[in-house]
Design a protein around this ligand. Structure first.
Ligand code: CIR
Length: 255
């Protein structure tokens, strides 16, 4: 199977990004770009074909491409991001994805960020957050149900997106910050909890049997490795100042 990984460049305006939980601090754009390039190289080394979607310079948060699309095996659902400032990001990503999937669109009054959608088997867990509302979830359900997916709503507190709090490690296992999300909702999955000293460590990007994880979380990485996971650590510290993590920086399309 070929995996396309769509990415977007780091805008020189990234320091003007949306922020919800973090205080604004200076972001070194060149350092952010170098970290992002290393992330793209790692995805490439892991077998992905990396394609940058152009035209993101004016859009401060465009590097966090995950929020613009939910790609399923037979359709791509283009989101309507919860932050007004991010809505213009969708058009260029839609144009790129149209070559690979029929497109569906979340429309007003619905809002949905891709960071709130966790695909685990045939379930889509969808976070109800400051970015994703009931109408957005209902629209996603209407698009996904005919494709054989069950949409399960999860309330998110303390984190920006659902995938800040829980991501997929393998077909049977989730990595969770149980302080931010109620693990009883994931009855069918084994749970690995983040180390309590690393609350932001629940975001891993799964590519086949490999996991991409922030280098800032060695204690949680040790838990993953103890469970037999192959973990590739990347430094995304500058992107983290913009509340981004590893899943946010790509949209994966299986061919
Ligand atoms: C935002 O607040 O929208 C961006 N500064 C960060 C988005 C991170 N995206 C993600 O976790 N999927």
């Amino acid at each position: 199977m070929t995996i396309l990984a769509f990415t977007r460049a780091v805008s020189s305006r990234i320091a003007q990004c949306e922020l919800t939980h973090l205080a604004r601090e200076p972001i070194d754009v060149e350092r952010a770009r170098a970290q992002h390039a290393a992330y793209e190289h790692l995805l490439s080394d892991l077998g992905c074909s990396v394609q940058r979607v152009a035209g993101a310079e004016e859009q401060a948060d465009a590097v966090f491409i995950e929020d613009t699309a939910v790609v399923l095996p037979t359709i791509a659902v283009m989101t309507r991001p919860g932050a007004q400032s991010r809505r213009a990001e969708v058009d260029a990503v839609a144009a790129a994805l149209a070559a690979y999937r029929p497109l569906a669109f979340i429309t007003a009054p619905g809002t949905l960020d891709g960071g709130d959608v966790l695909r685990a088997g045939r379930t889509l867990f969808v976070g109800r957050s400051t970015r994703t509302n009931d109408a957005g979830i209902a629209q996603l359900r209407a698009f996904a149900a005919p494709q054989g997916f069950t949409v399960s709503q999860i309330d998110v507190g303390g984190a920006l997106h659902l995938k800040s709090a829980v991501t997929e490690v393998n077909a049977n296992t989730l990595l969770v910050n149980s302080a931010w999300v109620d693990v009883r909702q994931f009855r069918e999955w084994q749970i690995i909890d983040v180390d309590p000293e690393e609350p932001a460590a629940a975001n891993v990007l799964r590519i086949g049997n490999a996991l991409v994880h922030g280098v800032a979380y060695p204690r949680t990485r040790a838990r993953l490795e103890a469970a037999g996971c192959r973990v590739h650590a990347v430094d995304v510290s500058e992107l983290a100042k913009a509340e981004g993590a590893v899943t946010c920086c790509s949209v994966l399309v299986e061919l």
